[in-house]
Ligand binder design. Structure first.
Ligand SMILES: [Zn+2]
Length: 342
């Protein structure tokens, strides 16, 4: 797992790992193989329509826009989801929610926060790292009338490749040249430390290494633009950052607020409504600290349910907006619906 950063072999490893990722992608650092299927685009209808997906709404004085970066298809459910849980229980949970029992398809929902002074991205998708089923952010930003140079700030919820992969072009230049980039100090220290500790994770070593390499390379390359935040910090008078560790050590929830309105971006607290929201204890293999992630997930979901907060989810179905309510030993995801497209 330990990588010496400044060696020649490091770059080679990055390239090799990116190639491996394209062949047998492990975006979230999971042991079960899953594939990003470009064929799925064809199955889902007109690719041009999918590639121009965005959703605008207001929150107080802010304009919020959800942009699709594409999707990540898990074509095998366990052990990525619910490792160690009896498969008949897992299949029943999916079928009870009218969902496929053989695959889980994750959205990649990127939130843009526009205030009078700032145009802020919360995470920035996969970039070129994982093939044609993702990396749609720049094109869809353009469809929403936003150029890369218009982005003033990027807030990273954590340093996994499906969240920071969109920061760099293939030649390591910045996709968003004028943006300041904000990352948790704890997250930075974890990935840039001598040997990131995956001993409490169920992720396998080679994939942990791939995720680590991309994080270290990206964080090093963006260093001139990088700013660190701590738990509880507020940015731009409209964003409050709250540590929810487990998925990664610095995994951060982003509260967006204006006037009396609030939206809680839960980042990677949950990856499936039927499995992880409904059964928080079943867990997610890609979590760096499997048990701590369960603890954070239950704590945050309980607060969100009790306070009836509007939620934005990076990986739940497009456009990722909804609420949770308590149900049995877990929670129920109630997707926000719209009467007309916008
Ligand atoms: Zn993710």
């Amino acid at each position: 797992m330990t990588q010496r950063f400044c060696s020649d072999t490091f770059d080679e490893k990055i390239i090799m790992n990116r190639r491996n990722a394209l062949k047998n992608t492990a975006v979230l650092g999971l042991s079960a193989p899953f594939f990003l299927k470009t064929e799925l685009l064809k199955q889902k209808g007109n690719p041009e329509k999918i590639l121009s997906s965005y959703h605008k709404f207001r929150l107080g004085d802010l304009e919020l826009i959800v942009i699709s970066d594409g999707h990540i298809l898990f074509d095998k459910i366990q052990p990525s989801f619910a490792p160690g849980i009896a498969s008949d229980k897992v299949i029943k949970a999916l079928e009870d929610n009218f969902l496929p029992s053989k695959e889980v398809d994750l959205a990649i929902n990127i939130l843009v926060v526009k205030s009078a002074q700032k145009t802020i991205l919360i995470d920035c998708g996969c970039g070129f790292n994982f093939g044609d089923a993702s990396g749609w952010l720049p094109k869809n930003l353009s469809a929403a009338g936003i150029k890369p140079e218009n982005i003033t700030d990027i807030v990273l919820t954590h340093a996994h490749p499906d969240h920071l992969g969109g920061l760099l072009n293939k030649d390591d230049t910045l996709v968003f040249p004028h943006a300041n980039i904000h990352l948790s100090q704890i997250e930075n220290n974890f990935w840039m430390g001598a040997s990131p500790d995956f001993s409490k994770s169920k992720v396998n070593a080679s994939l942990a290494e791939m995720v680590t390499n991309i994080a270290r390379h990206t964080i090093t390359t963006i260093k001139p633009k990088l700013h660190f935040f701590n738990d509880g910090d507020t940015l731009f008078n409209c964003i409050r950052l709250v540590l929810a560790p487990g998925h990664t050590p610095g995994h951060t929830i982003v509260n967006i607020f204006s006037k009396n309105e609030e939206l809680v971006h839960v980042a990677d607290l949950v990856h499936s409504s039927a499995l992880v929201v409904a059964h928080p204890d079943w867990g997610f293999e890609g979590d760096t600290d499997f048990d701590l992630a369960i603890k954070s997930r239950k704590k945050v979901l309980k607060e969100l349910a009790e306070n009836r907060k509007l939620i934005f989810s990076y990986h739940l179905p497009w456009p990722g907006l909804g609420h949770v309510r308590q149900k049995d030993d877990g929670f129920d995801w109630v997707q926000t619906t719209f009467s007309v497209p916008d």
